[in-house]
Design a protein around this ligand. Structure first.
Ligand SMILES: Nc1ncnc2c1ncn2[C@@H]1O[C@H](COP(=O)(O)OP(=O)(O)O)[C@@H](O)[C@H]1O
Ligand code: SF4
Ligand SMILES: [Mg+2]
Length: 338
């Protein structure tokens, strides 16, 4: 990798709660290369969305704050930028799409008015030019007759159409980095696949880097080249998608993989997940935070927090006793459960 587009170093995000200060993200570091697709995976509550919000300077404060760390885009430090400066970065350099497009689209304005506002703000086009650019962008996201819906209000569109409009809006300023936070979770299976395809098609035409946030490793397998697995605000494992699937090293990654046995088959997932629950961030135990759910846990795990170490050629893992093979993990799991 040449110099990465995005460099996140030791990022710490805290929230003040009535039970004290919690660390939603505790010292994660990672990079994203230009035009790379990086997956960010983990169960609900593990800090994926707050990581994304921090990249955009959107952590709600109070109660939250970026307590430490650095976020550099093209070598430029983003933490500590004024809101006015950050507003120029949002949309222009980094754009984001969310799980529920309705929450990001304004119900009282037409698609045309919302899209042209974004385009004009960042590109200084006339109203007419911006409208033409909006139509073009909608067509690029696979909307067959953009002129037919551009003057509609968001509620007049289907969920899939709304998500396409969001993508068109996010891509309209050709951001260097697109963050997609569970972009297909709320959609039906067929639309999910189409929307993912669309994101990837746009990414390759614009050379945009993508951070794809999902709780679904199946989605990562189909779209990403590299992935980060997060647990309780920390990195459990990082690797190429190929190596994570073939040789998961962290028991959490191996567990997530076991819960999608038929990757290509039924996408209708009511599959077993990893037994047990994520620990309470307000009362974290010492040692490895995954220990209560881990078939390989030994006494050292409950005493000492595992540091993130290099694994293989280009991966990292935070585990005292990394998984040797998926078969070995399954055997340990069977023994642990009995
Ligand atoms: N506004 C908030 N106030 C207090 N705590 C929050 C807030 N937003 C997020 N958190 C904490 O951050 C953790 C991670 O949240 P989030 O990043 O949304 O998880 P996910 O991985 O599901 O996207 C949550 O479990 C919660 O404890
Ligand atoms: S450090 Fe121990 S408890 Fe934690 S994931 Fe590794 S083996 Fe399991
Ligand atoms: Mg989330």
């Amino acid at each position: 990798m040449n110099r990465p587009l995005l460099e996140v170093d030791n990022l710490v995000i805290e929230f003040e709660t009535d039970r004290g200060t919690i660390r939603a993200v505790d010292g994660i570091s990672f990079c994203v290369g230009a035009s790379e697709t990086l997956g960010l995976v983990g169960e609900s509550g593990c800090g994926k969305s707050v990581t994304a919000l921090a990249l955009l300077g959107l952590i709600p404060s109070p109660p939250g704050r970026v307590a430490a760390g650095s976020i550099r885009l093209d070598g430029r430090e983003l933490t500590g930028l004024s809101e006015a400066r950050m507003r120029k970065v949002r949309g222009k350099d980094i754009a984001m799409i969310f799980q529920e497009p309705m929450s990001a689209l304004n119900p009282v304005f037409t698609i045309a008015s919302q899209m042209t506002r974004v385009i004009r703000r960042h590109q200084g086009l006339s109203r007419r030019q911006a409208r033409a650019a909006a139509v073009e962008m909608l067509a690029l996201t696979g909307i067959a007759a953009p002129l037919r819906l551009i003057d509609d209000y968001p509620h007049q569109l289907s969920g899939g159409m709304r998500q396409r409009v969001m993508i068109a809006m996010a891509m309209s300023c050709e951001p260097k980095l697109l963050i997609a936070d569970e972009p297909t979770t709320a959609l039906d299976v067929t639309t999910q696949a189409q929307v993912l395809e669309q994101i990837l098609a746009l990414q390759s035409s614009f050379n945009t880097a993508v951070i794809l946030i999902t709780h679904d490793l199946g989605v990562v397998a189909e779209t990403c080249s590299r992935a980060l697995v997060m647990y309780c605000g920390r990195l459990a494992e990082e690797g190429t998608v190929e190596s994570l699937f073939a040789h998961p090293r962290h028991p959490y990654t191996a567990g997530l993989l076991e819960s999608i046995p038929a990757l290509q088959a039924s996408r209708n997932r009511h599959l077993p997940t990893i037994a047990g629950a994520v620990p309470d961030l307000a009362e974290l135990p010492p040692g490895c935070l995954f220990a209560d759910r881990c078939p390989s846990a030994r006494s050292l795990c409950r005493e000492e927090h595992p540091r993130l170490i290099t694994s293989g050629r280009d991966g990292r893992v935070a585990c005292h006793f990394p998984v040797q093979s998926r078969e070995a993990y399954r055997a340990a799991l069977v023994q642990w459960e009995s």
